[in-house]
Design a protein around this ligand. Structure first.
Ligand SMILES: [Zn+2]
Length: 115
């Protein structure tokens, strides 16, 4: 159950890696997903992203999640995590707060200079 304020995660990038699954042996079936976490307000408005990012590694055929990750795949995953861009909409709440504050301030200033 979601609350008024909280944290959620969303997949922001996916990439297939040229590796075989060590469970089902399917070719080129390993997929990396970058999950970015963000704070939200009013049950759903993303406000700002956290520094927390997670890489999910899975097989697209059997959905196996490897317990141990080979070193070269770990490096590919970390590079992918570092280069994935945070989507603009994760800052939507903070943008709305700035716009609301600016509009209220403008209205207040306009009211105070009225003769
Ligand atoms: Zn598999």
């Amino acid at each position: 159950m979601q609350t008024f304020y909280g944290m959620a995660g969303r997949v922001i990038a996916k990439k297939n890696v040229n590796r075989n699954c060590n469970k089902c042996n399917a070719c080129n079936s390993i997929q990396l997903e970058i999950i970015q976490y963000y704070h939200y307000l009013f049950w759903m408005i993303p406000t700002y992203p956290t520094k927390e990012r997670v890489v999910a590694i899975s097989c697209t055929k059997c959905e196996h999640l490897p317990i141990t990750v080979p070193k070269e795949l770990d490096k590919i995953a970390n590079d992918f995590k570092a280069t994935a861009k945070t989507p603009w909409w994760m800052y939507l709440g903070i943008l709305l707060i700035f716009v609301f504050t600016f509009v209220r301030l403008k209205l207040y200033i306009d009211e105070s200079i009225k003769p």
